[in-house]
Design a protein around this ligand. Structure first.
Ligand code: 5GP
Length: 114
């Protein structure tokens, strides 16, 4: 049983500001938003990374479609950015697969050199 922060959120053990819930996904507001709209698409079942969806690619596709639907429902008609961080080089902090949906202003450079 995983105890990461997103597992706790979908179990109701931690508070979050959810904007959408179904049996497969929750969409919540990021606690530290990096854009006027910053949502996280989170699977209810614990998946760590993309390869964990190998037996359920349709669910991964649903996550992308849900992100696009959320973008339109939140007025991101001029565009948006989806980000999936993986591993320490990718900057992943929460060990539970999630997609960041960002928008609401013109976003900065797509790649950051540091
Ligand atoms: P990562 O770097 O793992 O892709 O991003 C994790 C994201 O989860 C970060 O943007 C962070 O602000 C967000 N986050 C971490 N803990 C919580 C929490 O308890 N509630 C919410 N709503 N977001 C969180």
């Amino acid at each position: 049983m995983s105890t990461d922060v997103f597992c706790k959120i979908v179990k109701g053990e931690l508070k979050s500001e959810a904007v959408y819930k179904d049996d497969d996904f929750w969409v919540i507001k990021d606690i530290n938003p990096q854009a006027p709209v910053h949502l996280l698409i989170i699977p209810v079942r614990h998946f760590l990374k993309i390869e964990d969806f190998a037996g359920d690619g349709i669910l991964l596709g649903k996550a992308l479609l849900l992100a696009d639907k959320m973008a339109h429902e939140h007025g991101l008609d001029r565009g948006y950015r989806l980000i999936i961080n993986e591993g320490d080089h990718g900057g992943k902090l929460v060990p539970h697969f999630h997609i960041h949906l960002l928008g609401g202003k013109r976003l900065g450079p797509k790649l950051v050199k540091e």
